[in-house]
Design a protein around this ligand. Structure first.
Ligand SMILES: [Cu+2]
Length: 138
């Protein structure tokens, strides 16, 4: 009986995973904003919507026109900010980057940032997506 259960699991699990992966992601980004509280450091918040039937993964970011600025993916885990390698956006769902939660972090910002900047998001399946974010200095 155990063997049968195991066999069924091994047959069904890959099929379920295939079903999840077979669709295409369809991403859109809302309300991107760069907030800088300290000189040269900023956080980026936004809402990432995936209306597609397949997941996508955010794997990197950058600030267009500023090759010296480092962009990292951050998460808060156990009250501490941590660099992470990826953020998964499941099919038909959304991921909110917000204060106290997942966000992007920019290091090495110049003093004279314009009011709006272009942030480049690198997704595993959708490729690069450029968004315009307002800059807020606190
Ligand atoms: Cu951070």
């Amino acid at each position: 009986m155990k063997t049968v259960k195991k066999m069924i699991t091994w047959l069904i699990l890959p099929l379920m995973l295939l079903a999840c992966e077979k669709g295409e992601p369809l991403l859109s980004i809302k309300w991107p904003q760069l907030v800088s509280t300290k000189r040269s450091v900023g956080s980026v918040f936004m809402l990432i919507l995936n209306d597609g039937s397949g997941e996508d993964i955010l794997v990197g970011c950058g600030l267009k026109g500023y090759p010296g600025v480092v962009c990292e993916l951050h998460d808060i885990q156990g009250g501490r900010m941590k660099k992470v390698q990826k953020m998964v956006i499941r099919s038909n769902s959304e991921l909110e980057l917000k204060p106290g939660s997942k966000h992007l972090m920019l290091f090495g910002l110049p003093d004279d940032l314009p009011e709006k900047v272009t942030i480049v998001l690198q997704f595993q399946r959708s490729g690069e997506i450029e968004i315009t974010a307002g800059v807020k200095r606190l």
